[in-house]
Design a protein around this ligand. Sequence first.
Ligand code: M6R
Length: 608
Amino acid sequence: MCGIVGYIGKEDCINPLVAGLTSLEYRGYDSAGIAILNGDSLKVLKDEGKLSRLKDLLKKNELCSNIGIGHTRWATHGAPSKENAHPHTCCQDKIAVVHNGIIENHSVLREDLIKKGHKFSSETDTEIIAHLIEDFYEGDLKAAVSKAIGFLKGSFALVVMSSDNPKLIVTAKQDSPMVLGIGKNANLVASDIPALLGQTREMIIMDNGEMAVLGQDSYQIIDFDGNPVNKAIAHISWDQEAAEKGGFEDFMLKEIHEQPVAVRETLRGLIDDDGTVNLKELKIDSSRIKDINRVVIIACGTSYHAGLVGNSAIESWARIPVELDIASEFRYRNLLVDDKTLVIAITQSGETADTLAGLRSAKDKGAIVVAVTNVVGSSVTREADGLIYTHAGPEIGVAATKTFTSQIAALYVIALFIAQVKGRLTNEEIKKRSVKLWDIPELIKQALTQEENIKKIAQKYAKKPDFLFLGRGLGVPIALEGALKLKEISYIHAEGCAAGEMKHGPIALIDDDCPVVVVATNSATIDKVKANTEEVKARNAQIIAVVNEGNHIFDGVADDLLFVPEISDIFSPIINIIPLQLFAYYVAKAKGCNVDQPRNLAKSVTVE
Ligand code: M6R
């Protein structure tokens, strides 16, 4: 995944480009670059590494221009390097391109272009686009881009500028996100909405198969066949503050603290004040849901862990078999789904390639596909039959936190909805549970009050090389997610495991240098969890236990306690994850890690 931005207007483009790239850096930070019109020619500045390197270059080169494009890269084809950084230019350096996506047939196109005499200076798939446009160029940039994209296979959001056409920039979109910003004295384009908020609140979300030609005070949208497309301008009311850190040291910490609001907003979008489930965006006839005989949940990473919780809630309340699959596996299975299967694809970004591919395969087999996502206008929203939005607001930290708890909240509501439609719970039983959901935001707030205690405990363990996370029942998804959070931001090896499974292998890891984190809140299996904890204690492990306030069952067993307020077992995951998010955060901070942009990771994984 990469971030792209383009500006054409009456003012200098450097500030809007840099502001846009700063907001987009979560999409990739292997390199950054810009191209601007400098007199009659293009000037490209780019470097390997984070945006700060580009900013240093800009300080040394005093540039000013009213048209430019920019890019922040997450490497796919070609290592992170200055040569592979975007923008890429053609042989004569008259055309510059920034790209987000993957050109699958780039090798074939490259060979053809080399035969025609084009010389390449990078290993990227993107560079072929610049040369291809050059090959078709006969004085009309729009026409050349249009011809070039006809040869591209794969996904692309492109922004193109040319020194021979100084009054326009051209964009095209297929399977990668793209938004136009319509300003008073400028028009812009970027990979997402927050990147443009500093310039305008009037936006157009582009769809697949569309191109746009932006001038200083005009824009034209056409389809790939050249037919004009009329699109509504959406007024975006998001506060710019919402996309910034708001006083917290990192986005991740801010987003952890935003969870009471994120969950409340998510519930507000799905349940009416009187407790009635109201899935406004679902747009699937209830009779189709009534007929389903199976639910399949697909997702990756943290979203998969949310799916594990959803699995339990749907089976418990709707009494229908649920299967859960990792999207990258599901997409290649010989699928057993049909028009009686409801497939729920969970993806906060709405852009995860494997989840999208799984969704398409399920649709091809006739399944009813519903997507749970946080991003309006993301790819998944255009492909699913029905939508359930989480309303967590923009999540910038690469580690998913508020989108995770919001996904769980949404999945509880979906479980109630299926139970309602299939008549497995009475209206009264539905309302009883939906009313309980409204307690969750306040209980998350209470869990967050433990932050100082958790910080001290995290600092005590920050030098340990390995961690094991254990839980039973609904503690398992939280053990898995707690371990994922710790490893992704602190680079400490951590494994999550069902406590009963531990004696079948993981117990061999235990020694006094491998602390064990146990999810040990009240449930039907708490005594079994305690017995497993004693087994690891007997092997010299230090124990950190997540327990309910006022519960002394782990006193004398655990070395350290992380307290959470009590809630019924089915809702416990959404509360129990809070101390483990904070634990991972403070371990990573103690180690001096960049929690918002952990190495090798990107916010959404738009490649296989
Ligand atoms: O955007 P998605 O929810 O589809 O993303 C899925 C995973 O890539 C994501 O949850 C990943 O595991 C995060 N880094 C977790 O913090």
